[in-house]
Design a protein around this ligand. Structure first.
Ligand SMILES: Cc1ncc(COP(=O)(O)O)c(C=O)c1O
Length: 362
């Protein structure tokens, strides 16, 4: 028995659209990218949208576009993926780490408030594990303190707060299409903004500082953050599968919740009342994390721990040292169970039985 954390739902639909790129002899950004952007605009309701090679570079590009003075501070949840924080560092900014809610794993307004500094210019809500932060409260806080808002919606395609898509509240929102996300282009990211002016800035920065190719006069500074039509073709086919993937994941989430309720000391992630859930993994918390992980590894089930908090990372460590107890607790107790599309009920049953056996053996 071998059960992986991640598996893809790709097949002939993706291959057919990739074949179209080859038949058209067009591989760089072109008709597939335009069509993918239009479908994503309809899907997310974002007024403006552009792509980046991945979400880490997308966040970096977004920081450049926000254009705050060098050395400005950015309020970043400590419970996030490394790229959220390193994007700020490479953009010449200073992360200030923020604790999170131990039940939803997202950072709430009180956590951002506790970390607020006079030099903070940007706030970065991160929509963790496919649910949306309370953006009503966070946007009010940002307005009160004149903070720009960059939403890390890398894991949150399809997640909504009060019906509005993650990443469309702040100045810029960034989504990832990496292989473990709900839909994938292998590597890939997108930036959403509701401001025409911000979109124009992003477009110049991502495309060599010129509005269109075909001229070698570059009115602005810019680099190359473009994607390929092959990625976009795969993305178009993937987006059509979103509803099927979503429904399958809801089924798996409910399966786990029912089968594991009351088992040992297990606790589950709670979903904010104003958010839907696009299940990313099935996160569980237990004081017996290491034993549980070993028991699963022994049975061929691939385990995945939680994020190591940013404020403890060797190269990002806060000086003076801070304690952000909820993020530290999540790392110590958390692990993710796989929830990908390809898993069968028999796989889920096997995982749940392995966990139950572990607790029975005490
Ligand atoms: C919260 C978060 N932010 C940023 C990223 C970076 O995304 P990418 O792998 O597309 O660079 C990830 C990737 O998993 C993520 O989970």
């Amino acid at each position: 028995m071998s059960i992986s954390q991640v598996d893809l739902s790709i097949g002939k639909e993706e291959a057919e659209l990739v074949q179209q790129c080859i038949d058209a002899r067009w591989l760089s950004e072109g008709p597939q990218t335009k069509a993918f952007a239009e479908s994503l605009q309809a899907f997310t309701g974002s007024k403006f949208l552009s792509f980046a090679p991945n979400a880490t570079l997308g966040l970096y590009l977004a920081f450049l576009a926000l254009d705050v003075p060098p050395g400005s501070e950015v309020l970043i949840p400590s419970y996030t993926f490394y790229g959220s924080a390193t994007a700020a560092v490479f953009a010449g900014l200073k992360p200030v780490f923020v604790d999170c809610n131990p039940k939803t794993f997202n950072s709430d307004v009180e956590h951002f408030k506790a970390a607020l500094t006079p030099n903070a210019r940007i706030m970065m809500p991160v929509h963790i594990y496919g649910q949306c932060c309370d953006m009503t409260a966070l946007m009010a806080f940002a307005k009160e303190h004149q903070l720009l808002v960059l939403e890390d919606a890398a894991q949150a395609l399809g997640a909504k707060h009060k019906g509005r898509h993650a990443g469309t509240f702040g100045d810029i929102g960034v989504v990832s299409f990496y292989s473990d996300k709900t839909i994938t282009t292998g590597e890939g990211g997108m930036l959403m903004t509701q401001s025409e002016e911000m979109h124009a800035k992003i477009s110049l920065l991502r495309n060599q500082g010129r509005p269109n190719a075909g001229t070698f006069i570059h009115p602005s500074l810019g680099m190359n953050f473009r994607i390929t039509d092959i990625q976009a073709a795969i993305g178009r086919a993937q987006l059509k599968k979103f509803d099927a993937i979503y429904a399958a994941k809801v089924h798996k989430w409910n399966f786990y919740e029912k089968a594991l309720k009351g088992v040992g000391d297990l606790r589950f992630m709670e979903v904010n009342k104003d958010s839907n859930l696009i299940a990313f993994r099935f996160p569980i918390l237990s004081k017996h994390r290491d034993g549980l992980m070993k028991a699963m590894t022994d049975q061929g089930i691939q385990t995945r721990g939680f994020f190591y908090p940013m404020h403890l990372q060797p190269k990002l460590r806060s000086e003076p040292a801070v304690t952000l107890e909820n993020c530290e607790m999540l790392y110590a107790e958390g692990q993710c169970l796989p929830i990908h599309f390809q898993l069968q009920d028999s796989d889920l049953q096997f995982i749940c039985d392995t966990i139950k056996d572990y607790f029975k053996k005490g």
